[in-house]
Design a protein around this ligand. Structure first.
Ligand SMILES: [Zn+2]
Ligand SMILES: [Zn+2]
Ligand SMILES: [Zn+2]
Length: 319
């Protein structure tokens, strides 16, 4: 019983206190002749993730709100140095790099930087080694690509795969640097036979390699690839002796170099993760260093080749 009485007393005194203070303020607001602004209330600093607020000002005497605050815009992100930046070259696009805000840690993805122009000195690009497209004998430009087309040595065609070479006269006997309009290469064409051509350079414009690139070009001994293809195929049963594999390549397809008896050496970049079945079978390879990242090594990838250095094969993770 005593407890109850005490509780009631407490509640009553609280109510009394609230009403008296309200009364006090109401009177004060009416009679306050000179408001005294206090410090801003509800101030919030802007950050890069939220807006800020300047705060409301109240009178110190009567507690009347004298002014409303203002919203403050978010602060800009403070981006750190780009990570994984890659400079563009004339063969490969670059990357502006991802940047992290040093305050909120949000990561902003970069964008692709377009390939740069070749820098020609004479007929040669000083940056990537590419040449002005055309036909060369002993490093001398005999006829450029446009003249080859104008004189009917080369014709092109548009297909569902892109721009292809449609025909080539059989009497070009040196180096052919293919024009940078060709986007797809496939040698399995009726009018493409040429058994004089020694060397062929494949431009950066090529997006995909077909499956019979050298099947009508039996005298080609060297191919240089300036393209960013992700897979290699189509050099099988050729007389190829030298070829480079660009570091854009992930897949060396089945039978890619099958039967290339004159191919004695090839460097495989670390980008390659897949080597298909019979990719290098019946070649002249005596040694091959498999890339560290190799995941799949197809069946009989080196059948009949590499007898002398089979021990080199345990570099990869495949079978
Ligand atoms: Zn006041
Ligand atoms: Zn931020
Ligand atoms: Zn270049």
């Amino acid at each position: 019983m005593l407890r109850w009485k005490r509780k009631l007393l407490v509640m009553f005194s609280i109510l009394l206190c609230i009403s008296c203070s309200l009364l006090e303020h109401a009177i004060a607001a009416e009679t306050c002749t000179e408001h005294v602004p206090g410090v801003p209330v509800g101030v919030t600093e802007s950050t890069c993730t939220q807006t800020g607020y300047t705060g409301d000002i109240y009178c110190k005497v009567c507690n009347k709100r004298l002014s409303k605050g203002e919203m403050l815009a978010k602060l800009p992100h403070q981006l750190g140095e780009p990570i994984n930046y890659e400079a563009p070259t004339c063969i490969k696009p670059g990357y502006s790099g991802d940047r992290e805000c040093i305050n909120c840690k949000q990561v902003f993805l970069g964008n692709t930087l377009g390939i740069s122009d070749h820098q020609f000195e004479g007929n040669d690009c000083v940056n990537c080694g590419w040449k002005i497209p055309g036909f060369y004998i002993d490093n001398e430009l005999i006829m450029d690509w446009d003249d080859l087309k104008a004189n009917g040595y080369i014709t092109t065609k548009e297909t569902s795969k892109g721009t292809e070479i449609a025909s080539m006269k059989g009497n070009l006997g040196g180096l052919l640097v293919i024009g940078e309009e060709i986007t797809y290469l496939d040698g399995n064409q009726r009018n493409l036979y040429n058994d004089y051509l020694q060397e062929m350079w494949i431009p950066r414009s090529v997006k995909e390699l077909g499956r019979y690139i050298l099947s009508n070009l039996p005298s080609v001994k060297e191919c240089r690839l300036f393209c960013n293809v992700d897979s290699i195929s189509g050099f099988s049963s050729s007389n190829l002796e030298r070829i480079n594999i660009p570091d854009s390549v992930y897949y060396i397809e089945a039978y890619a170099f099958n039967g290339c008896k004159s191919l004695k050496h090839i460097d495989i970049p670390d980008s390659v993760i897949f080597i298909g079945g019979d990719a290098f079978s019946s070649t002249g390879l005596e040694e091959l260093i498999l890339p560290d990242n190799l995941e799949v090594l197809g069946e009989c990838a080196f059948n009949e080749s590499l007898k002398k250095s089979a021990s080199r094969l345990d570099h990869g993770n495949g079978q």
